[in-house]
Design a protein around this ligand. Structure first.
Ligand code: NOJ
Length: 736
C-alpha cells in the first residue's frame, strides 16, 4: 500500500514528539504528551485498529498483512517465528500512516524454550525467588524471539481439582497465590519494562475463573461478594501492585454478568479503585461469546458492552473490528471511550519502549540466550524444589545400590512430551530428559530393567506380562503413573480424578509380587489415589517438571536432593469431595464425632483430605518446639511477633517450609477454619536448630466485611505454626 503525502508530515511530527519525550512514561508528563499528540493525529479507524488482536496462527501471513494495512490492527498473538514478527512489524511501521508499532503476545506460561515445571508444581517450592527466576529466563528467551507480551501469570485460585487449569496457577491459597503472582510479574517485567529483555505480564483470567461450577472449564461462576473479594481478587491486586501492565478478562460470568463485560470488576474495581493504568485484553473470543452467554443479542451489542465495561482490546472474535466504528457513528459509543481505551494501549506500548525499539531480539540473542546452560541448571534446581514427597514408609527412600537392579515400569516412565505439561510454548520433547534416561545416566543401564506396563488409557495383557517379567528380576520397582499432558490444562476438566483403570490394574498386579515399590506421579492436578496411598510404601509427587524432570526425580530417588516441596493443593480421597480446600468454613456442625450422622460430611467417606495443603515430607526429621507469641493482646496498629524453634533431628541437611496460620474465632462474617498468613523456607544442618521469626501486622488479620470494607475486628484469634495446614503448635492472641 502506498503512503499518502500527509504521511511525511505525520512522521515528522511523530519524530519530533518522540525526540522530545522523556525516557519512560512513568517518569512523568513527556510520555503522556506524546500519546495525547499521537492520538490527536489518529483517525477513528486507526484508533479502533489499536483495539484489535488477531491470532496469526488462525489467519496466516497474507490475511495478517491485510489486517494491518486495511484495519490498522495493533496486535497479534501466536506469531511463532522472529522473521514473521519482523515482517508484520515492518509492515505496520512503514506501510501504515501512523506507524504505531504492533505488540506481539504469546502464552509464555512456564518457560519459552527452556520449559520449567508447570506453575502448580513451581508453587510447591514455596520459593518465590526461584519462581521469579523462571519467569525472568522465560522473558529473556521469549524477547530474544521477538515476543513483547506474555499471557501470564495465571493467578486464578483453584479449589476444585477437577478443573484442568489448576495446573496453570499457584494452587488453592490466596496468600501464597499473591506471593507467586508478584514473583512472576517481577520476573517477566524486571524493573525496567523498556529493557528489551523484559516482557509485559498479563495476570489472568480476571476474575473468578477458577470458581467455575463443578470444576468444568468455562462454566458459570456464582459467587458471594465476600468470596470474590477475599479469595479471588487479591492475587490480581498483588500482580498489579507488582507492576503488571495488562490484564486478561475471563470467559466466565460472575453472578450473571460475564467477566468480559463486567463494569463492576473491570472499571470500578480494577481501573478506578486499584488505579490500574495498563490495558485489559479479552480472553480469546470472549467478547463475541457474550452473545452465546445470552447477555446480548448480537456482536454489536457485545462490542458495546465490553468496551464500555472496560475491555480495551479484543482477542479475536472480530466484534470490535466490525462494530466499533458504526457504534461511534450512531452515537451509542462516545468517542471519548474509544480514546481512553486507545490511550491505555499506546501507554503500554510506550512503556515497553516499542516506539523506540519495536523489534525485539536478534539472531545473536537467539543463539546465545536460548536453552543456555545456566537456564537448564535453573530448570533442574526449580524442578527439584517442586517435588513433594508424599509417603516414605520405613525410609524406603532414598534408594542406594542395595536396591539394584531396579525395574522402571509405567506408561510415563519413558515419556518426554508429557513431562512438558500443558502450555509448553516453544518447548520441544527432545529437550526433555525422561525418567528412564536420567536413571540410566545415574545408575548405569545394566542396573535398570524397563517396561511400559500399559498405556494410560489402554490395557494389554502382553504389556502386563512383560512388566511382570521385568519386575520379578528386580529388587526394587519404580512405577511412573499419572496423566498425559492433555489430561489437564485448558479444556482438561475431569469427572474422575483418580488414576486410570489400566494404571490401577498394573499397580495392583505389581504389588502382588511383594517387592518394595516406589510410585512416581506425573500429573497436572491433585489425584484421588486412596489405594496407592494405603498400599504403596513410597510416593513421590513430581507433577510435570519440564525439561529437567528426569534428573530432578532421580536426584530425589537417590538422595542427591533432599525433597523440600509442600503441596499447594489438597489431595482428595475421592473426586466427590471436590471442591476441597483447607481454608473452608467451620459450619455449625463440623465433623468431629465419628458415627454421628448429623455433621457436615459424607456418609460413605472419612472426612478430610488424603494429603492436606502445605504437606510434604523430607529425608530429614524436623521437630517444632518453643512457640512464642508476643504480645498476647494487641492493638490494631501493632505487629505480632511469633517465634518457633525448628530442630533438624537427623543426619541429613534439609529445608523446611514453616507455615503460620490463624483463625479469627468469631467475626461479623464467618471466617475460615485456618488461613495461611506467612511462611519461611529454612535450611537446617543435621542436629542443628533455627529460631524462625514471623512478624504479623495486625492489619493483615482483617477481612472484607458485609460492606466489602477491609476491617480488623477485635476478638480472639487462634494461631498455628507447623509443617502443614493439618499439624502444628498452637497458640492464641487477642485484638482489642
Ligand atoms: C485462551 C486461554 O483461556 C488463555 O489463557 C490464553 O492466554 C488465550 N487462549 C490465548 O492463547
Amino acid at each position: 500500500m502506498k503512503k499518502p503525502k500527509s504521511t511525511l508530515l505525520f512522521l515528522f511530527i511523530a519524530l519530533f514528539l518522540w525526540l522530545n519525550t522523556g525516557i519512560t512514561f512513568s517518569s512523568g508528563r513527556p510520555g503522556r504528551n506524546f500519546i495525547d499528540s499521537l492520538l490527536q493525529t489518529m483517525t477513528i479507524d486507526e484508533k479502533i485498529g489499536q483495539l484489535i488482536q488477531i491470532d496469526f496462527s488462525a489467519v496466516g501471513k497474507e490475511k495478517a498483512i491485510e489486517y494491518i494495512l486495511k484495519y490498522n490492527v495493533g496486535s497479534f498473538l501466536n506469531v511463532w517465528t522472529p522473521e514473521e514478527i519482523k515482517l508484520l512489524q515492518e509492515t505496520a511501521l512503514k506501510q501504515t500512516r501512523t506507524g504505531v508499532p504492533l505488540i506481539f503476545g504469546l502464552d509464555v506460561i512456564h518457560g519459552y524454550r527452556t520449559i520449567f515445571p508447570i506453575p502448580l508444581a513451581e508453587s510447591c517450592s514455596w520459593n518465590p525467588k526461584l519462581v521469579e527466576k523462571s519467569a525472568r529466563i522465560a522473558a529473556i528467551e521469549a524477547s530474544a524471539h521477538g515476543i513483547h507480551w506474555t499471557f501470564a501469570p495465571m493467578v486464578d485460585i483453584a479449589r476444585d481439582a477437577r478443573w484442568g487449569r489448576i495446573a496453570e496457577g499457584a494452587g488453592e491459597d490466596t496468600y501464597l497465590g499473591c506471593v507467586m503472582a508478584e514473583a512472576r510479574v517481577r520476573g517477566f517485567q524486571g524493573n525496567d519494562l523498556s529493557n528489551p529483555t523484559t516482557i509485559v505480564a498479563c495476570p489472568k483470567h480476571y476474575v473468578a475463573y477458577g470458581a467455575c461450577e463443578g470444576g468444568k472449564d468455562y462454566n458459570t461462576v456464582d459467587i458471594s461478594p465476600a468470596t470474590l473479594y477475599q479469595v479471588y481478587l487479591p492475587p490480581f491486586a498483588a500482580a498489579i501492585n507488582a507492576g503488571a501492565l495488562t490484564v486478561m478478562s475471563a470467559f466466565n460470568e460472575i453472578n450473571g454478568i460475564p467477566a468480559s463485560a463486567n463494569e463492576y470488576t473491570l472499571r470500578e474495581i480494577l481501573k478506578k479503585r486499584w488505579g490500574f493504568k495498563g490495558f485489559v485484553v479479552s480472553d480469546y473470543n470472549a467478547v463475541a461469546e457474550l452473545v452465546i452467554h445470552g447477555f446480548v443479542p448480537d456482536k454489536q451489542n457485545a462490542a458495546l458492552k465490553a468496551i464500555t465495561a472496560g475491555v480495551d482490546m479484543e482477542m479475536m472474535g472480530f466484534s470490535y473490528l466490525k462494530n466499533l466504528k458504526m457504534l461511534t457513528e450512531s452515537g451509542k459509543l462516545p468517542v471519548a471511550i474509544v480514546d481512553s481505551t486507545v490511550k491505555r494501549i499506546l501507554y503500554v506500548k510506550y512503556e515497553l519502549g516499542l516506539f523506540k525499539n519495536p523489534i525485539y531480539g536478534s539472531e545473536k540473542r537467539r543463539k546465545n540466550e536460548t536453552l543456555k546452560s545456566e537456564f537448564i541448571n535453573h530448570a533442574r534446581t526449580i524442578a527439584r524444589e517442586s517435588i513433594v514427597l508424599l509417603k516414605n514408609k520405613n525410609k524406603l527412600l532414598p534408594l542406594d545400590e542395595s536396591s539394584f537392579p531396579v525395574a522402571l515400569i509405567g506408561p510415563l516412565a519413558a515419556s518426554k512430551k508429557d513431562l512438558l505439561g500443558s502450555w509448553s510454548c516453544a518447548g520441544k520433547p527432545e529437550d526433555v530428559i525422561s525418567i528412564l534416561e536420567a536413571l540410566e545416566t545415574r545408575i548405569g543401564g545394566k542396573n535398570i530393567l524397563y517396561a511400559k506396563g500399559c498405556e494410560i488409557e489402554r490395557w494389554s495383557e502382553k504389556d502386563l506380562k512383560k512388566a511382570l517379567r521385568v519386575a520379578r528380576k528386580a529388587k526394587t520397582i519404580i512405577l511412573v503413573l499419572g496423566e498425559t499432558r492433555e489430561m489437564s490444562g485448558e479444556g482438561g476438566s475431569r469427572a474422575y480424578i483418580g488414576l486410570t483403570e489400566s494404571q490401577l490394574r498394573l499397580t495392583k498386579a505389581i504389588t502382588r509380587l511383594k517387592k518394595p515399590v516406589v510410585v512416581v506421579l506425573v500429573n497436572g492436578r491433585p489425584l484421588a489415589i486412596p489405594w496407592i496411598a494405603q498400599n504403596i510404601p513410597a510416593i513421590i509427587e513430581s507433577w510435570q517438571l519440564g525439561i529437567q524432570h528426569g534428573p530432578a526425580v532421580v536426584d530425589v530417588l537417590f538422595g542427591d536432593c533432599n525433597p523440600s516441596g509442600k503441596l499447594t493443593v489438597s489431595f482428595p480421597k475421592a473426586t466427590g469431595q471436590e471442591p476441597l480446600y483447607y481454608n473452608h468454613k467451620m459450619t455449625g456442625r463440623p465433623p468431629i464425632k465419628p458415627g454421628n450422622r448429623f455433621e457436615s460430611k459424607y456418609i460413605d467417606l472419612q472426612p478430610g483430605p488424603l494429603f492436606p495443603f502445605g504437606y510434604g515430607l523430607s529425608y530429614s526429621k524436623f521437630i517444632y518446639s518453643e512457640l512464642k507469641i508476643y504480645p498476647k493482646v494487641l492493638r490494631p496498629t501493632d505487629t505480632l511477633l511469633v517465634t518457633v524453634k525448628i530442630t533438624n533431628d537427623s543426619d541429613i541437611p534439609g529445608k523446611e517450609i514453616v507455615q503460620l496460620y490463624i483463625r479469627d474465632v468469631s467475626a461479623s462474617l464467618t471466617r475460615p477454619v485456618k488461613e495461611l498468613k506467612d511462611f519461611k523456607k529454612v535450611y537446617i544442618r543435621p542436629h542443628e536448630h533455627k529460631i524462625v521469626t514471623f512478624r504479623l501486622p495486625v492489619s493483615t488479620c482483617g477481612f472484607y466485611n458485609s460492606k466489602m470494607e477491609w476491617k480488623v475486628e477485635p476478638g480472639k484469634f487462634k494461631l498455628w505454626v507447623g509443617p502443614s495446614s493439618a499439624e502444628g503448635l498452637t497458640g492464641e492472641f487477642e485484638i482489642k
